[in-house]
Design a protein. Structure first.
Length: 381
């Protein structure tokens, strides 16, 4: 069948595949096609083919889906879950860029690791890997229409990403809403354990992250329950890196949107050096943002700071006298040098703890040289 020449009914085509090829081969065929084409039709076929494995009496207990971020923690969670014989019904990756990758999205190393390592690993172990793209699950609708990417979503609104602990709109719009829409379509009327790759030591994050929470009721009667396997297994980032390395896989870097306002100055310097075109695209986003309507202030993605009079620091924020506002644009923000603090891992004691630096490649052997082998006396299978 030629690309773009698909039957209109995914369910009927899925039924034909199963009758012709058998369930396992049909699942592998649909998985490969959905991964390659990333169209609504093939994702629909894959979901239909997967249904027999989720039918009552076929597999006992709740379904389990890995919410795959694309970085080290997610991959270690997948590898260790398979090694322990855990049930994994699907691995779902939500892409924040457009299918043509015209806009900034994840770092190139993330996409490379998924294609070169993750998808073959899932195929080997019979786990469907679902690439959730914007042509199948577009970003939230608004007066400007549906957006093809997170970058386009910000651009259409003349806004910029900002770091907010209590309301991470980037994660909500680009990841959570789309993942849950897919989850409800893929597992209607079922309870699903969603695996989230928060490390040991991030218990506070799991409790306070506004996009995590506990049980959620979704559309089509689907119920989502979050699970944090890395915390259960006592795996900090250093131990995750050791497991991935010692299993013989290349170690991926931290996954993050290129425009993430939670990145370090070093991350932005790396972006400007390794991906200058993307850096310029993101800078234009903040350059084109108009001043705020309330106070006429020009904001920036990084380094925004309000300087108050030192004598007023005991007063509520709204009553303090403002001395000045600093909001350096990205080309100004990245000037100077950046040096990692080199802190010890609070969980395993490794100094410095495993890097969280972003980049376009995999983690190097030099960066991993000080990470010891993780071989506890009783590592449960």
């Amino acid at each position: 069948m030629k690309r773009g020449q698909n039957p209109a009914d995914p369910a009927a085509f899925a039924k034909t595949l199963i009758e012709t090829m058998g369930y396992r081969e049909a699942e592998a065929f649909a998985l490969e096609a959905a991964t390659r084409e990333k169209t609504t039709f093939w994702v629909g076929v894959l979901l239909e083919v997967m249904k027999p494995a989720r039918a009552p009496g076929v597999r006992q207990g709740r379904a389990a889906v890995i919410s795959y971020g694309g970085g080290l923690d997610s991959f270690c969670m997948l590898v260790e879950g398979v090694r322990r014989g855990e049930r994994i019904d699907a691995v779902a990756f939500v892409d924040v860029t457009d299918p043509e990758q015209l806009d900034p999205g994840e770092w190139p190393g993330t996409y490379r690791h998924i294609r070169e390592v993750v998808e073959p690993f899932c195929k080997k172990h019979g786990i469907p890997f679902v690439w959730i793209s914007s042509d199948c699950y577009p970003l939230r609708k608004g007066k400007e229409g549906e957006a093809r990417s997170l970058y386009a979503w910000w651009k259409a609104r003349k806004q910029i990403p900002v770091a907010q602990k209590k309301y991470r709109v980037c994660t909500l719009v680009a990841k959570v809403e789309r993942f849950q829409a897919w989850l409800a379509d893929a597992f209607p009327g079922q309870e699903v354990d969603v695996w989230i790759g928060f490390e040991k030591g991030e218990e506070g994050r799991a409790e306070s992250d506004p996009n995590v929470g506990g049980m959620r009721e979704l559309e089509h009667g689907t119920v989502r329950r979050n699970r944090f396997p890395l915390m259960e297994w006592g795996l900090c980032r250093c131990r995750c890196a050791a497991i991935v390395r010692d299993e013989g896989f290349p170690v991926p870097r931290k996954s993050a949107c290129m425009a993430c306002p939670l990145g370090s100055k070093g991350d932005w310097q790396t972006l400007a050096r390794e991906q200058p075109h993307r850096f310029k695209q993101i800078h234009k986003l903040e350059f084109d943002k108009p001043p705020t309507a309330a106070r006429g202030r020009k904001l920036s993605i990084m380094g925004y700071r309000t300087h108050y009079h030192p004598d007023d620091m005991h007063l509520p924020r709204e009553e303090r006298r403002v001395l000045k506002i600093t909001a350096p644009m990205l080309p100004e923000y990245i000037k100077g040098t950046f040096k990692s603090k080199g802190l010890a891992c609070p969980e395993c004691g490794v100094t410095p703890r495993m890097t969280k630096a972003t980049g376009s490649d995999y983690v190097t052997a030099e960066e991993m040289a000080h990470i010891p082998v993780y071989a506890p006396a009783k590592r449960r299978r």
